[in-house]
Design a protein. Structure first.
Length: 170
């Protein structure tokens, strides 16, 4: 029997529900919850948008990796990663070593509907479906390497979290 439960890492596109599902899942599992973007903002004293704008995406990706590697993993957590976090091979390997990687899979039209009013650093404004499709298609090969894939299109965080709980407990 494993002494400590594995951490749960949620990956997927922006708007797939990683943060909202993660909070519910953490409560269901009695784990703590951590949103990696929020942690980056706390550590850097800048918003994610500021980091992208002032320092660029490569600097953000480096900070994202460093912040993750410095997390206290002594107690089981549900960790919502940024959409691009698993694109670095080292980050995906780190998640695999430390837990279960779950891809919250949402199609591009669902994502567009959820984030259309938001200003996301990697997406031009006005936001169009083809912008999301391009980014999603680029990331698919990495997302498909997750241990578990969950359909997150219906958007009900509790139902999605219950599905994940059932899968990881079976």
């Amino acid at each position: 029997m494993i002494e400590q439960q594995p951490h749960i890492f949620l990956i997927g596109m922006m708007g797939s529900g990683k943060s909202s599902v993660g909070r519910v899942l953490a409560k269901l599992l009695r784990y703590s919850f951590l949103d990696l973007d929020t942690e980056i903002e706390r550590v850097s004293a800048k918003t994610v948008h500021q980091i992208f704008t002032e320092d660029g995406e490569p600097a953000f990706r480096d900070l994202e990796s460093v912040t993750a590697m410095q997390l206290d993993l002594s107690k089981p957590q549900v960790i919502a990663t940024g959409g691009g976090f698993p694109l670095k091979k080292e980050n995906l390997q780190w998640m695999r070593r430390n837990g279960i990687v779950i891809w919250l899979q949402a199609d591009s039209s669902t994502i567009l509907e959820r984030i259309v009013e938001e200003d996301r650093p990697l997406l031009p404004q006005p936001l169009r479906l083809e912008h999301i499709e391009t980014l999603l298609n680029k990331r698919l090969p990495v997302y498909q390497q997750a241990d578990i894939s969950i359909d997150a299109n219906d958007g009900d965080p509790r139902a999605i979290a219950m599905d994940i709980k059932e899968i990881i407990e079976s």
